[in-house]
Unconditional design. Structure first.
Length: 299
């Protein structure tokens, strides 16, 4: 992180929440589910899909985890009642994975059973490395009973190729991303080019296996290379989609739609927006430059 961005990150953490919201609102739908629903409707009108996620993770007790599950149920109900072209993303620690694996399985199983009934889908997000194996084990157990559930694989982790080869055996639906958590160089690639190379290697491994993949990136180079791979394997739109975060590289997002490909935007919302904003800022210091321009602009 360059010195200016480091300074901005430090300053932002002491700013009033109302001021932090000025830059956060670009990346977060709002504090309520209805705000997220309204945003999804607008995106759907543009031919853009969505995945909804209520912010919060690493809950510390079962009551919190159960509350998170009930909120997730409300999202599913809203997707159906409002006829949204959207699905649900959940964090396993939000559902209790850091408390007990069996408890988390029961929680998530209840949600996956619900989406199976209404022909929707749940994406289990990936968190930092202590939960990687636990999350994949959770997916494998769920896949013994359900189909409408998928997972995230991170390209900066050195283990990911072996994980994909293993998960391909159970017809996994993937979101492939670079990875955002700060990990040791013992387990994670650090150089931009190396991560890009591994991303494309993993993408080809998934595509050649015939499994569905969400190509989650804002990197124009990777998007262009993915286009080439799509043509190489003559993929139909039933085999893949592109995915992006809300408020990031909307120019690329619109180009992908124009080119006739599906794209899904991640829509986070909830009362924990502040913690999410600060974490995103720490993990992606490039956002600090955006904050600087906006906070010190007279426009």
């Amino acid at each position: 992180m360059n010195p200016l961005n480091r300074l901005i990150v430090a300053i932002v953490q002491f700013m009033p929440k109302k001021l932090v919201w000025k830059f956060s609102k670009r990346y977060i739908a709002g504090a309520t589910l209805q705000e997220a629903v309204d945003l999804v409707k607008g995106l759907n009108k543009k031919g853009i899909l969505a995945t909804l996620d209520v912010l919060g993770e690493a809950v510390t007790n079962k009551d919190e985890a159960i509350k998170s599950k009930e909120e997730a149920k409300c999202i599913i109900d809203k997707i159906i009642s409002e006829n949204l072209d959207a699905n649900l993303s959940i964090k396993p620690t939000q559902m209790g994975l850091s408390i007990n694996s069996d408890f988390a399985y029961e929680q998530i199983s209840e949600l996956v059973s619900k989406v199976e009934e209404v022909n929707n889908f749940i994406r289990i997000d990936m968190e930092d490395s202590p939960y990687t194996t636990l999350t994949f084990d959770l997916l494998k157990k769920l896949k013994e009973k359900y189909n409408r559930v998928g997972v995230v694989v991170q390209a900066y982790l050195k283990r990911s190729l072996d994980d994909i080869k293993d998960l391909n055996k159970i017809n996994t639906n993937y979101r492939l991303c670079k990875g955002i958590y700060i990990e040791s160089q013992d387990i994670a690639y650090k150089k931009k080019e190396t991560i890009r190379e591994n991303y494309l290697k993993l993408l080809e491994e998934i595509i050649s296996s015939g499994n569905y993949v969400g190509i989650a990136t804002h990197d124009e180079y990777l998007i262009n290379e993915a286009y080439k791979m799509i043509k190489k394997y003559n993929l139909s739109n039933d085999n893949f989609e592109f995915q992006m975060l809300l408020g990031v590289r909307e120019d690329l997002r619109d180009r992908i739609v124009k080119d006739g490909y599906k794209i899904r935007v991640y829509i986070p919302y909830g009362e924990h927006w502040y913690n999410y904003s600060i974490r995103r800022l720490k993990e992606n210091p490039a956002i600090a430059g955006y904050i600087f321009k906006n906070l010190f602009s007279f426009k």
